[in-house]
Design a protein around this ligand. Sequence first.
Ligand code: PEP
Ligand code: MN
Length: 264
Amino acid sequence: LASRDFHPEDTVIDIRGVKIGGGNLAVMGGPCAVESPAQIDEIARLVKAAGGQILRGGAFKPRTGPYSFQGVGVEGLVMMAEAGRKHDLLTITEVMTPDYVDICAEYADILQVGTRNMQNFDLLRKLGECGKPVLLKRGFSATYDEWLNAAEYILAGGNPNVMLCERGIRTFETYTRNTLDLTAIPVMKQLSHLPVISDPSHGTGRRELVETMSKASVAAGADGLIIEMHTDPDHSMTGDGVQSLFPDQFANLLRELEQLAPLC
Ligand code: PEP
Ligand code: MN
C-alpha cells in the first residue's frame, strides 16, 4: 500500500485545509517538549507569526535514561491543544505506547512515531485504527525497506494518512548527533506516494546546521520540515536546546524557505 506502483499519484493529506504533500511546504515548529502552558502558548504564537502551520511538542518523551525528564504527560496534551486552538495551528505530538494512542488522538491533529518506536508493531497496528494522520520517523538504523514496511503496518490497518520522516541515522560520525540521510528523501518519493518530511534538528543535533539542511531537504524534494524552536533553548528541559532554533532564526528561515516553495 505504501508503494508508488500501487498508488501512482502523490498522497495529499488534508487536515482542516492544510494540505501536506503535493507541492506546498508544511512547516512544523515548536519545542522538543511541552514544559508549561506559558511556554507552549508563547512558542505557538511565534510559530504562527513566522508562517508555520503546525505546532510540534512532546508531552511524552522517549529518553535514553530513566532518570531524565520524561515529559509532562497528559497535561501537556491539554496545554498543546489549547495553544493550537488559540493560535490556529494544527498540532503534532509523539505517542509511545498503544495504550496512549486514543488519548493522544483526542488532543492532537497528527501523531508522531519516534525513531525508537519505528518497529513497535503493536503501536503501528493501533495507529492503523486511530483515525488521525501519523508521522512515522525512520528508525535510526532502519533500512528504507524496513521503514516502508513499518508504514505498511499503519496503512494495512486502515489509515491512509501516513507521512515518512527522515530524522537522521546512526553512523560512525560523532560530530553531528545523527547523519541526516538526504538521499532518503528522493528515494522515498520514488518508491512511495506518501509525503516526506525532514527533521534537520534531530538529523544534525546542531542549531547552526538546521538552516542549511532545511534548504537542502527542500531541494531534495521534502514536502515538509519538522524543526525544534524554543524561546530559551539553554534552559530547555530536554537536552535538545543545542539543536533548537531561537525564534528569530526560525522566522528568518521560513522567510527564506518561502523563496524555495510556497508554504501550505
Ligand atoms: C522528537 O521529535 O523530539 C524526538 C524525540 O524525535 P526522534 O524520535 O526522532 O528522536
Ligand atoms: Mn527532540
